[in-house]
Design a protein. Structure first.
Length: 251
């Protein structure tokens, strides 16, 4: 358990570059003394260094830069996004998640559709701003350049007033055990709130995301209504989706 926590803490620090001790206590639900012991182990290992009030990564961050992630499986991700756009209907109020798989979802949408879009993705904001029939609501208080998204909510209850029909979500890892996961605490807060609020949750994920999990689960697998992916899923996923009425669409 301790070794697993230290490994997860290492991954979290590498993904976020610099993290405060208070944040590590909150994320891992441990005391500050425990955090200090764990980061001493990581400092001895040479992957992080201690700074005032926290720690910073000295290895290359585990999170691949956004521009490089965009290149990986680019054609597949674009096809998934274009396919998913057909689920958007007139008068929908939808959320579009930040991520390299969701960023192209508006490229093929009928420009005359009357849709309200809530998003924290800079790519989606830029695309939606050019479509005159789309109402655009931007959330997130801080711009994160690494993921080209706005993260954090000064008042998370702000999302409670929106009746979101459909949420088109991305994930760093997807598994039956750990559900839909990511490794950024501020992104997690938005993803979790949206997944709880939306009437229908659509997961847009290429085949490489399945069978993997990262630090934070923002929604259980059972929360899904639809999966759009690139290759047939393993039989255990197929069985689970059939039993829980989760639609699978292959692109």
């Amino acid at each position: 358990m301790k070794l697993m926590r230290i490994k997860e803490m290492e991954d979290y620090i590498l993904a976020n570059d610099t993290v405060s001790l208070d944040t590590l206590c909150q994320v891992f639900n441990v005391s500050k003394n425990t955090v200090r012991r764990d980061i001493n182990r990581l400092a001895e290992k040479g992957v992080i260094k201690k700074v005032y009030g926290g720690v910073t990564a000295i290895e290359k961050p585990a999170l691949i830069p956004f521009e490089n992630r965009t290149i990986q499986n680019k054609d597949t991700k674009t096809k998934i996004a274009h396919y998913a756009s057909h689920f958007i209907e007139d008068d929908d109020l939808i959320f579009i998640d930040s991520g390299t798989t969701t960023q192209s979802i508006l490229d093929t949408i009928n420009p005359n559709k009357q849709v309200t879009i809530i998003t924290n993705s800079l790519d989606i904001i830029n695309t939606a701003a050019a479509l005159e029939h789309i109402n655009l609501v931007v959330i997130g208080s801080t711009y994160k350049r690494k993921t080209q998204s706005f993260v954090g909510m000064d008042d998370p209850s702000t999302l409670d007033k929106y009746n979101i029909n459909k949420a088109f979500m991305a994930a760093t890892g997807v598994s039956l055990t750990h559900g839909l996961t990511n490794c950024d605490l501020l992104e997690y807060e938005i993803k979790k709130k949206i997944s709880e609020k939306a009437n229908e949750v659509y997961l847009l994920a290429d085949h490489s995301k399945f069978g993997k999990s990262t630090l934070l689960t923002y929604a259980p697998f059972s929360r899904l209504d639809c999966i759009v992916t690139s290759k047939p899923l393993d039989q255990d996923y197929e069985n689970y989706c059939h039993e829980h009425n989760i639609d699978i669409h292959l692109v």
